[in-house]
Ligand binder design. Structure first.
Ligand SMILES: Cc1cc2nc3c(=O)[nH]c(=O)nc-3n(C[C@H](O)[C@H](O)[C@H](O)COP(=O)(O)OP(=O)(O)OC[C@H]3O[C@@H](n4cnc5c(N)ncnc54)[C@H](O)[C@@H]3O)c2cc1C
Length: 532
């Protein structure tokens, strides 16, 4: 019963007060348990670092991320200065620059930062969405890991030092420019031309999706003149001494895209007209190195950022249904609401556990990631490297897909307020999540890649053995069922030949991969829950 009154006293303050004071790590017993379980001997150090970074990410950086998300604060281009010099300055809010400086000072990729500490910092910081830092952190990692394998020249060594340890306290930011107007998935179709002029390589042509355009360096794919092979290069955005003068390294930023998500970050369309570039690795190994190393790191990070987004969405939805009332009861008292909340909480938790389990396996991989399919002499290492490669793709497609679903469900639990950009961060996370699904290899491309990989590896890694290893710890019946379906799907010759039958197999393959990774995640959850 409610009688009319002209002074409606309703307020969200109780919920807002809770939300304002949430510490992403200290107030999340589940992630603490995950850290304790998966980080081995190091867990106390990881826990300590997590508590420290969470004090910044949960409050100061959260507020900054929210503030720069307003449409009027979006970055914009200033192509020329007042004296008609082409500068292509990306104008970003001061808050973005301050937050970026503070976050990159966490020295994620320093030799003094352990991989687990780096991972937990990412997990916590990514709860604030893209915020013009998530993509740059990811791209910098891929670049660092790639050039670490080929520190062949003084220029590359300097770039590595700048990204890993910083110069005068400033840590460099990396980007990755692969996609061209005619194709993003199809990197071998790249047309950007690389020309050797004397001792120097220079790039000519265009790239169509260049995120983190403000970065100091970028990995760029291009074909040496006369070759069909794609090579990998690193370019500085400004040659030494030119950053202050705003003279870019032989390229222009033609425009920045207007996009649905990750809007605090620019994605540019670039024309190269003689950009100085340094080759990274053999000139005929660009595609293998990009897919095997650079993109694999980015895909791993998409998994962890999906876990972060979901964690925040589920946490805020849970509190909201405990606060909000409808028809005289808390909305959390409605069984339908509870069933949806339970589902997203479960998915969020299993995504976190799966990401940490995969990272543990990844860290124990001798020699790290490599370009192309594993060719190690030692068959057990070869199998392990293959397993990690495939799990990274499985995680990428599953976690990024689930993330968007989880956030949408969380928004729906907020009712109409769920879609209000100034009510919560959920709409922004939702838009960012949709982008996560697309970059670093869209779903279909990875599904086809995995199918091809399994066929090629099946001679030395029997499909049933692969499934048994991936699902180690599951019920024998579960392993048997998955293996049976897997063997049939892998025996289908190609997912690329158009027919009704292939379309049906593709549909089944898509669902199978999702289900398989969910099973891996639920085993990861079981491991965490088995700890007392
Ligand atoms: C916000 C944003 C930022 C980005 N930033 C960058 C960046 O910084 N650097 C960069 O290099 N790229 C970037 N990208 C590009 C992104 O990586 C590409 O969009 C992606 O690789 C897909 O390429 P495409 O858009 O050309 O799609 P297409 O390749 O045209 O694909 C279209 C559809 O066809 C499917 N498809 C393609 N090939 C196959 C196949 N063999 N089998 C089955 N299905 C297939 C795809 O899955 C997709 O569904 C960005 C994208 C977005 C959205």
């Amino acid at each position: 019963m409610s009688l009319p009154t002209r002074n409606n006293p309703y307020s969200f303050n109780e919920f807002l007060e809770w939300r304002k004071n949430v510490d992403y790590y200290a107030d999340d017993p589940f992630i603490q348990k995950v850290v304790k379980h998966y980080c081995g001997d190091e867990w106390q150090k990881v826990d300590e670092e997590a508590r420290s970074v969470s004090k910044k990410a949960s409050f100061r950086w959260r507020d900054m991320a929210e503030s720069i998300a307003w449409p009027e604060k979006r970055p914009y281009m200033m192509h020329y200065d007042g004296h008609h010099n082409r500068i292509d300055r990306i104008v970003r809010p001061r808050e973005t620059e301050i937050m970026e400086r503070e976050i990159f000072s966490e020295a994620f990729f320093s030799d003094h930062t352990s991989p687990w500490v780096k991972l937990i910092k990412m997990f916590i910081i990514y709860q604030n969405g893209e915020a013009c830092v998530s993509c740059p952190i990811t791209c910098t990692e891929g670049m660092v890991e790639m050039i670490k394998k080929y520190p062949d020249t003084p220029e590359i060594k300097d770039i590595l030092q700048h990204c890993q340890e910083g110069i005068d306290g400033v840590f460099a930011i990396g980007a990755q420019y692969l996609s061209e107007i005619q194709g993003g998935s199809d990197v071998p179709s790249n047309l950007l031309e690389a020309v050797q002029e004397g001792d120097t390589w220079k790039l000519y042509g265009t790239k169509f999706f260049c995120s983190a355009t403000h970065a100091d360096y970028a990995m760029v794919t291009a074909k040496p003149v006369g070759s069909e092979d794609v090579a990998l290069f690193v370019i500085p955005s400004w040659l030494p001494g030119n950053k202050e003068k705003e003279i870019r390294n032989g390229y222009t930023i033609d425009r920045i895209k207007w996009k649905m998500g990750t809007s605090e970050l620019t994605t540019g369309e670039l024309t190269f007209n003689g950009a100085v570039a340094y080759p990274v690795g053999p000139l005929n190994r660009g595609v293998a190195n990009v897919a095997g190393v650079v993109l694999s790191y980015s895909r791993l990070t998409v998994g962890i950022s999906a876990a972060s987004f979901m964690t925040r969405a589920a946490r805020e939805a849970k509190k909201y249904v405990q606060f909000r009332e409808a028809f005289g009861v808390k909305t959390g008292q409605f069984p339908l609401v509870m069933s949806q909340l339970n589902a997203i909480e479960k998915l969020a938790k299993q995504t976190v556990a799966g990401a940490f389990k995969l990272y543990r396996d990844f860290l124990s991989l001798e020699g790290g990631l490599q370009g192309g399919l594993a060719k190690d002499q030692d068959i057990s290492i070869r199998k392990k490297r293959f397993m990690i490669r495939e799990l990274i793709m499985l995680q990428k497609i599953t976690a990024s897909w689930d993330s968007t679903d989880v956030i949408r469900t969380a928004m729906s639990l907020f009712g109409g307020h769920g879609v209000m950009e100034d009510f919560s961060a959920l709409p922004r996370l939702y838009r960012d999540s949709a982008v996560n699904e697309l970059w670093e290899g869209p779903r279909n491309v990875l599904l086809v890649q995995m199918h091809r990989d399994f066929q090629r590896a099946s001679e030395w890694y029997l499909p049933a053995e692969f499934i048994a290893e991936l699902l180690k710890g599951a019920e024998p019946k579960t392993i048997f069922e998955f293996a049976k379906e897997f063997v049939v799907l892998i025996s289908y010759p190609s997912l690329l030949q158009m027919s009704d039958e292939t379309i049906a197999v593709c549909e089944q393959w898509d669902q199978f991969c999702h289900k398989l990774y969910h099973c891996y995640q639920s085993l990861a959850m079981k491991e965490v829950e088995s700890d007392v």
